[in-house]
Each structure stands twice: as structure tokens, then as C-alpha cells.
Design a protein around this ligand. Sequence first.
Ligand code: GLN
Length: 609
Amino acid sequence: MSSMKYILVTGGVISGVGKGVIASSFGTILKSCGIHVTSIKIDPYINIDAGTFSPYEHGEVYVLDDGGEVDLDLGNYERFLDITLHKDNNITTGKIYQTVINKERQGDYLGKTVQVIPHITDQIQEWVERVAKKSVSPGGEEPQVCIVELGGTIGDIEGMPFVEAFRQFQFRVKRDNFCCAHVSLVPQPRSTGEAKTKPTQSSVRELRGLGLSPDLIICRSESPIDIEIKKKISNFCHVEPEQVIFIPDLSSIYRVPILMESQGILEYLIDRLKLNIVKPQPRKFMQKWRDLAERVDTLRKEVNISLVGKYTKLEDSYTSVTKALQHAAIAVGYKLNLKYIEAANLEKATKLEDPIAYHEAWQQLCKSHGVIVPGGFGKRGIEGKIEASTWCRETKKPFLGICLGLQTAVIEYARNVLKKEGAHSKEIDPMTPHPVIIDMPEHHKGGMGGTMRVGKRRTVFKSNKNSILKKLYNNVDYIEERHRHRYEVNPEYIQEFEAAGLHFVGQDVDKERMEIIELADHPYYVGTQYHPEYLSRPLSPSPPFLGLILASVGKLASYLNRGCRLSPRELSDYETDDDDILINQLSVSTHGISLSDNGGLSSGSNASM
Ligand code: GLN
């Protein structure tokens, strides 16, 4: 293909109908044909990035290799397409205006009045063209297709400069290189059960009024829609029936690309964008996705995991952690039964204030097979997380602490095993007599978040330690995972901790920062200062998560003894022969390059999705 092809994905009616998954699914289908795909997410808010967002309001902050703190939708693209995005792949109004204002200050506009049209709209187009070319794969290949997702819905005031930019862009890059997919909602009111197309008609009219014509109209609905409705939408929205695609709610997100493909999207794109590809053999095409979707639908046994967190009211706050748990559970052949526990409800103070919430929280914790304490900031709920860490240590319950979760495990160990009363993190209690967690920031010039240690960093396994995590990572010497924190284990206490049985099995390259803890004489008590959830993929689950699930279902020891494989007998409890193949193809995710079971290097891009 000579020039870059763009697929713009817009939304109509309401947001939150799965536009991100649909946009990622375009990529999945094209990637299955051997095309190199990249993506750009546009968020029309004024913030420069998601770094300052409250998880209560926006869901999690997703972290990239380069330290970009971005919208959680970028996680969808990385997981679906197994690519590595850059911070520039997330465009915000703030970033565009900042660039234009900086140029104006440097006198680049030669005394002209700087305006939304043409200066802002030109800047948007330049940004898209520049970033689309950046490689997102370990092989360094230049992408051939760029999927651009415009956040919000058509007609939002904030989105207008972007819509106008793409109206111009379709002529800049020429018709064969640009198409537009509009994701709309088709409500089915309970009273009649009939599919209502009016909202879709209005939003398509609005899109056209702004100068963009939909090439595909993707209709989201709760239940399947009668095929006859395609004709109606086709008539009213001035497109062919084959340009209308129906996506009702499905049993898992892995079914979305399969359903889109079955409605002829690939043939349409090949023709519309003059893609130079032949559709692969139908039998094998997207087989990994079919296997995965089938596997997810047939899981019977359940594993109960409790997530002890602070932002449990908005489940989006823990999207990547939840996905990583799902990937691991699917790989082991279990259905994930995840319960969110509000950390503060485990605290003694709650026992008096709200005894029902307190007892329910503890009952939930006790019912779980495994516990995860994810990352977080600030004081609220910290004592509850510490309580959960103590309980898991004492009852030998599988435990994974991530970032703040590692820190709470260290604090509880200092207080209860080393008998250091009042031990704490300086983040929470600056006057603590035993500061076991201290401020060890990295300094970056400029702006908010400038002292966070954020992005990809290396963790080296200590050679003299017998580490479960090292085994789960296929015995590699070092790993590269993403970080987002400011505080660290205080090096002054390391010897005391180790002498008592809490081992620091992985460090940063300068041997100053402790990256991994493991407790002796416990089935699985692990903490990581890094965030392994960001690199988990559906078919290459993240090793710390895989370890948690395996330990929670009592299969970790045999898995490790068999050289990181489940035995066919263990698999046959609940799976077919095909699944045996699937799990044996499994390679763990160690950032893009995955080390396969036999220890050889294989490119992450063909090993996983
Ligand atoms: N608040 C802690 C720190 O800054 C942990 C951060 C996190 O969990 N992401 O180190």
C-alpha cells in the first residue's frame, strides 16, 4: 500500500456504547490480514493529558512505555492489537492549543491572527499525519492503516474543531485513503421491544451537516435487531444496506471483531480503501479470536478474587487490573468472579460507624480464593489495605499487591512482624517513627506529575534468590514493566525485612529501588512496585496475575514443576483438547517481546492479541 489509510470512528447519540472496542475491532480484523495497524485517540477536553485525572471521575489513568499518562481507551488498542503506543497517540484539545500557542509565541505565524480555522484545524491534521507514521511494533514497521477514534459524540461543542479538521482531511489525503465509521445507538424500549432508528437518523444527519458522510453505520443495541431494520436505516441515512452493521450486546468483547467481520466489513474496507490484500482462508481467519471467544463462553469453574481498593464505585478505575485478572483466569480455565471491596470498610473505625458494611466487607474477603490490592494514592482506605495484607499473610491466602499494594504489605510486615509500631509510608504519615516507605522521586523538568517515576523501567532479578515470579517470567534475568509512583521501600530496612523472611527478589538497575517482594513460606504473597497490568494481553497474561490465579485455584506448584505448563489432566477437568493447544501456545507478557515456553524469543505480535 503506497499511502496511509485512515479510518475515522465517530460516535452518535450517547457515549459509552463501546466505540473504543468497535474501533479496536477494525484493527483486529485488518491485523489478521497481516496489515500493520496503529491508532490515535482524540479526547476533546482541555487537559493536556490524563495524568491529573481523578479515577473517580474518569476511570484509570493508563500508562504507556514512554511515560505517557493517557485515556484508558488506549489500553483497548494495546490489548486488542498488541501494539505499543506513544503519548502522541492521544490527542487532546489542550495539547493542540499548547502547540499552537507556543508557535505563536515564537512568531511562527508571522504576525497573522491565529484562529481555530485554519491554525487549530491545520495543527490537528499535521499531528494526525505525523503520529500515524510512527511505528508501534517491536519490528519497527511503519503502520499502513491508522484508526482514529474521536471521543464524545457528534455535535459536542468541544469536538467541533476536530470534526472540521477531518472534513478538510478527507480531501487532503484523498478519498481512497479515508473513510468514516459512525457508531450509533439503536434503543429498544421495553414497552414495544421495537428497534428505534430515529436517534441514529438524527446523528447521521448532524454528521453530514458538518461535512462528513458515514461509510459505515455501526448500530449498537441491547438485543439483536431484525435484519429488516437495515433497509430502514439504509433508506433514511442514505447508505447501502451492507454499510449498516449491527452489534448487539455480546457474551464477551472477543466476539465483537468476529461479528463485525461476519457482516462483510473486511470486503467493504478492501473495496472502499483500495487495500492491497486478499482475504485469508475463511477457516483459519481470526481463528485465535474464535478460540478465545469460545473458551470464554465455556468456562464453568469459578475463581473468587477480591480487589481491595479505594475507587470501587467506578469500576473503570481498575480497568487494566480487571482485564489482567481476566486474561490470567481465562488462561487457567476459570471464570473470574471479581468482587470489589471498599478498603475503608475493612477498618476498625467502620466496625463502629457502619457495622453492616464492616462485616460484609470481611465476609467478602474471607470468601475469596485470592486477594489483590491495586495501586492508589492518598490516605483514605490505607489502613483497610494494610488489614487485608495482614490477613492474607497470616491465613496464607494468595495475595498480589501492586505499587501501593506492595507498600501496604511492607508496612504491615514492619508493624506486625518486625514489631515497629507506627511504621508507615511518608506519603501518608510524614512524621512516622519508622518510615519504611519513603519519597524517592525521579526529577523531570516542568509541570505537574514532574517527579513521578512513570513509564517503562527495568527490573533485574537477584541471582541469589529463589523467586516464584522469576520462574513465572520464564527464568529471564530482567524484565521491563511500566511504573507510576513516587514512593519506594526504604533501603535502610531491607536487611531486617529479609532476615525475617520478606524477600526483595527484584531491583532496579542501580540496585537502589526495590521492585518485587516475595514472602517465604507462603503459597503466593507477591508485591510489585511496577504495574504489570498494563502489559497483559488476552493470550499472554501477565505473570504476576497468572501466579495469583494459579495459586488461588491450587495449581501454582504443579504449573511451576512442569516448567510453566498445566498438565493435560488438569486441563481435561474442564476443557477440550483444543484448549490444551491454546494454553500451550501461551506465552507470558514481558513487554512486547515475549519469551515463549521453551525459552526462545518470539515476537509478541504473533504470539498474542
Ligand atoms: N502512592 C504511591 C506512590 O506514589 C503508590 C502509587 C501507585 O500505587 N500507583 O508511590
